[in-house]
Design a protein around this ligand. Structure first.
Ligand code: ATP
Ligand code: MG
Ligand code: MG
Length: 551
């Protein structure tokens, strides 16, 4: 890779290898199936799968499915599809934290027998109150000293569904005065009378994230349990549980900074709100920072992996400029997307010195630097379309495109001169009459310089296309910086502009997800859902041509 940024995890593993010789690297990517994956998850995927790949280890996919009320099979399916699309493969079968519910329950009983866990009757609200604050120690629950036998019995009844939700909970017995609030008797099991997408109605209690995560890591033999910084304060609890349970291995939790990107939000909860309120079309709306949205927008897996590499892995939180993401896809498409001409605002031009039957095919390269992309065949006829923005009736001084009496080169073809502007009764421009200098195909005009080049499409052979110009979903850099929910007040009302254009005939054969550079316009991708449906051709703007990223 050309541009790599510091990656402390990679360095740390290199150091371990240097110190210890052989080091086994087993990582896992642990999504909760409560939404679609977003660009932040791409980072975590790239980190976990990427390190395993680089150091000859393996990476598991484990659904962190301890909260069945918010989880769905549809999310499980979408997450697997997204990981594969990014170009990664997990080791062996798909795993679920729920695969370990029996073992986790047995370990909960073990803690109870050791006097290290108890059943508490305090309500969630009372627990919060008893827990204390950063400056004040917590107070013990009146149920903290229940004998182990009674705790075992109550835990079993919790499991059988004999209590209502919230009536009881199992808590670890650690230290109500610990400076780290996570150690003030954290909850290990909650009562939930919810059926689970994997275990059905078997369980009426579900383990907390903290109780499930480290133990699942240990069961799977994970060596490096990599997570984001908000779990740093949970690490002492992660370690405490592993120390007090007869687990088969000792994983280590290592935290890195979340990836945040400006002009968007990366929180499944907030993205779900955009979907549920109908603000976007769905999780895969091309404006969404979800992997499926970015895929529809035209991002390539390689560009996202490159973006992860470019942005590095740090221990300090920061915000990445979205221009860097645009840069990553733009440079991929610059090298790999075939070229085409597409006119977004068609203005008819009659080439008056070509006759009605004139039919000429101009062969041009599919890509200026890629012979493997073959040639495109551009038909040229008496009537063509150019973009209305490439003509001005009263041009300013340095306007090098088309204007009355002025010459311009048709890209890949001839120099033309505008002789006449044809208007309708309302005074609107209907067409331009131009003449072709037939001596200028692949040659400079005699005795004068023509600076401007514009794109064009044959009127007879051009194909109608719908073009969707996407822009950022939010108008401000940090839409979710203010109060909860406020991010919705920063929506960009111009995030989608739909235009009907006319494209060169080579685009008639485009398959969905094919990507192109529309010359002079931008990079576009045939829509994954709607392109080709009912004969419609739909192209999404992935990114503009201009690179705004200051390197
Ligand atoms: P969200 O807040 O969007 O729901 P999450 O962390 O709750 O994110 P999980 O499904 O638990 O979502 O995430 C799976 C993994 O991806 C976790 O290890 C998590 O730390 C990591 N992850 C999530 N968001 C980011 C991010 N922005 N940058 C890097 N890693 C992330
Ligand atoms: Mg999570
Ligand atoms: Mg979450």
């Amino acid at each position: 890779e050309s541009s790599s940024a510091p990656n402390f995890l990679r360095n740390q593993i290199r150091d371990e290898i240097e110190r210890e010789g052989e080091v086994s690297i087993v990582t896992r990517f642990p999504p909760e199936p409560n939404g679609f994956l977003h660009i932040g998850h791409a980072k975590s995927i790239w980190v976990n799968f990427g390190l395993a790949e680089q150091f000859g280890g393996r990476c598991n996919l484990r659904f962190d499915d301890t909260n069945p009320a918010k989880e769905e099979q549809a999310y499980i399916d979408a997450i697997q599809e997204d990981i594969h699309w990014l170009g990664f493969e997990w080791a062996g079968k798909v795993r679920y934290a729920s695969d370990y519910f029996d073992q986790l329950y047995a370990w909960a009983q073990h803690l109870v027998r050791q006097g290290l866990a108890y059943v508490d009757d305090l309500s969630a609200e009372e627990m919060r109150e008893y827990r204390g604050t950063l400056t004040e120690p917590g107070r013990p629950s009146p149920y903290r000293e229940r004998p182990a036998e009674e705790n075992l019995y109550l835990l079993e009844r919790m499991r059988l569904g004999e209590f209502a939700e919230g009536e009881k909970a199992l808590r670890a017995k650690i230290d109500m005065a610990a400076p780290n609030i996570n150690l003030r008797d954290p909850v290990l099991y909650r009562i939930r009378h919810t059926s689970h997408h994997q275990t059905g109605d078997k369980w009426k209690i579900y383990p907390s994230y903290d109780f499930a995560h480290g133990q699942s890591d240990a069961i799977e033999g994970i060596t490096h349990s990599i997570c984001t910084l908000e779990f740093e304060d949970h690490r002492p609890l992660y370690d405490w549980l592993l120390e007090h349970l007869p687990v088969p291995s000792r994983p280590r939790q290592i935290e890195f900074a979340r990836m945040n990107v400006n002009y968007t939000v990366t929180s499944k909860r907030k993205l779900k709100l955009l979907v549920d309120r109908g603000i976007v079309e769905g999780w895969d709306d091309p404006r969404m920072p979800t992997l499926s949205g970015m895929r529809r927008r035209g991002y390539t897996p390689a560009s996202l992996r490159k973006f992860c590499e470019m942005t590095g892995v740090a221990r300090a939180n920061g915000v990445v400029d979205i221009a860097m993401l645009h840069h990553a896809i733009r440079s991929d498409l610059e090298d790999n997307a075939p070229r085409a001409m597409c006119v977004l605002k068609p203005l008819k031009v009659v080439l008056t010195n070509l006759d009605e039957a004139h039919e000429e095919i101009i062969e041009v390269p599919g890509h200026p630097a890629r012979d493997d992309m073959g040639v495109r065949r551009l038909p040229l006829n008496r009537e063509i379309y150019i973009d209305a923005d490439d003509f001005m009736e009263e041009p300013p001084k340095k306007f090098f495109r088309l204007a009355p009496g002025q010459e311009v080169r048709l890209r890949n073809a001839y120099v033309i001169r505008c002789d006449e502007v044809v208007k309708n009764a309302a005074g609107e421009i209907e067409a331009l009459h131009c003449s072709v200098d037939l001596a200028t195909l692949g040659a400079n005009p005699e005795g004068r310089k023509v600076k401007g080049v514009i794109h064009w499409v044959s009127a007879r052979h051009g194909v109608p296309v719908e073009v969707r110009n996407y822009d950022n979903l939010f108008t401000v850099e940090a839409p979710d910086k203010d109060k909860e929910g406020d991010f919705l007040s920063h929506l960009n009302s111009h995030s989608l502009e739909v235009v009907q254009g006319i494209a060169e005939p080579s685009l008639a054969g485009a398959a969905s997800e094919d990507r192109f550079q529309f010359e002079r316009v931008g990079y576009f991708c045939a829509d994954r859902r709607e392109h080709g449906v009912d004969g419609k051709r739909v192209f999404n703007r992935t990114v503009s041509l201009k690179d705004g990223w200051a390197k």
